[in-house]
Design a binder for this molecule. Structure first.
Ligand code: MEV
Length: 390
């Protein structure tokens, strides 16, 4: 039950209203109401006025920033090009571990990463239809026509060679054939594209409604499943000249392949780097994480995103396969820190950034397995702390 005297939950019209205030005034108001104490001053001290204002334009009820350390992973060569990798993370060993794995990479061109054209989908849902099979049949009949219309009217990437496709409409499986969806896949080039594809799908839904009035959409939204750039990153790593350590790394990989509980943590290791680069470059980290975990579970069982095999007695070869819904234009990618991080990494476009993220994810995963097979994670954290002490 809510406490009517608690200012966090004042009932009805007296509800706490922080809208229309500056970030600093919001904090003053929270202080005045006794919700927060003097710690509020610390929040402001970490946020310049200009930054607070820019955040205020981005989100509702902004009160400041949450600073996360931003660092550089070194030793990377990706597709023959040396790279520094910007990672924003609060976790102690992430940058050191990625840099160590990159040093152990023995492939001549470093990490070999292939990145396909991006594909971002939006979905239109039709529910509560009087005659779902009839609507499905009509959508099937008009699919090509709608595709041509959209191509001409609003294909945002046509000038970059990117295409747009209206997929075969289908019933949502398992729901007594009452829910019908149609999906539109767009090559969004350098944009992550969630807004663009949703707007295109809204236009498609509108066009379809003009064609037949019994197809009123229930919802239109972008889809985070298999979104963005398909990425495959590969590398061979020297396992410190130690045959039994290499075998243990392969055993740990086998564990992730056969035990979904372990696969979750194994993939968390991949994401330590991927989410860190994503945060540093102003990506929608939740979209990436949702997409990646969905692909890990796409055959019904949660599986590791990486595969490893022996490459001689003391080397292992790793491969990371996933999709990355990322961009270098739009959203928070124009934030000065994101712009700086792209410059630091020498990112030329979104596909290039996806290649870097693939290499970083594979390196991070290999480093975690190496630590598990050797000194253990707490041991590696303790060593790093000792090394950092003056
Ligand atoms: C810790 O953030 C990530 C690891 O647990 C990943 C793994 O176990 O593979 C070290």
């Amino acid at each position: 039950m809510s406490d009517a005297t608690d200012p966090r939950s004042l009932p009805g019209r007296q509800k706490l209203n922080l809208r229309g205030l500056s970030p600093a005034r919001r904090l003053t108001e929270l202080h005045r109401l006794g919700i927060v104490g003097p710690a509020a001053d610390g929040i402001l001290a970490h946020t310049t006025e200009a930054l607070a204002e820019s955040f205020d334009a981005m989100i509702e009820n902004a009160i400041g920033a949450f600073p996360v350390p931003l660092g550089i992973a070194t030793n990377f060569t990706v597709n023959g090009k040396p790279r520094l990798i910007a990672i924003a993370t609060e976790e102690r060993s992430v940058i050191a571990a990625a840099s160590k794995a990159a040093k152990l990479c023995v492939s001549p061109d470093g990490f070999t990463v292939t990145v396909g054209r991006p594909r971002t989908k939006a979905q239109i849902l039709y529910a509560r239809l009087a005659d779902p099979p009839a609507v499905l049949a009509k959508l099937r009949r008009w699919r090509g026509h709608i595709e041509d219309l959209l191509r001409n009217e609003c294909n945002p990437t046509r000038k970059h060679g990117g295409d747009l496709r209206v997929e075969e409409p289908r019933f949502v499986p398992g729901d007594r054939d009452t829910l019908v969806i149609i999906e539109i896949t767009v090559d969004t080039a350098d944009a992550m594209g969630a807004n663009v594809v949703t707007r295109i799908a809204e236009r498609a839904a509108d066009r379809l409604l003009r064609l037949f009035t019994d197809a009123k959409p229930t919802a239109v939204i972008c889809c985070n499943d298999e979104a963005g750039f398909p990425v495959e990153a590969e590398a061979s790593f020297e396992v410190q000249g130690d045959e039994s350590l290499a075998q243990r790394v392969l055993d740990i990989h086998a564990w992730a392949c056969h035990d979904p509980s372990r696969a979750v943590t194994h993939n968390k290791g991949v994401m330590n780097a991927v989410s860190g680069v994503a945060l540093a470059t102003g990506q929608d980290t939740r979209a990436i994480e949702a997409c990646v975990h969905a692909s890990a579970a796409k055959d019904g069982l949660y599986r590791p995103l990486t595969a490893y095999s022996a490459d001689g007695a003391t080397r292992v070869r790793g491969k990371l396969t996933f999709s990355l819904p990322i961009g270098t234009v739009g959203g928070a990618t124009s934030h000065p820190t994101a712009v700086f991080c792209r410059e630091l990494m020498g990112v030329s476009n979104a596909a290039d950034l996806a290649a870097i993220m693939g290499a970083a994810g594979l390196a991070q995963n290999f480093a975690a397995m190496l630590a598990l097979a050797g000194e253990g994670i707490p041991g590696s954290h303790a060593r790093l702390s000792r090394q950092r002490r003056p």
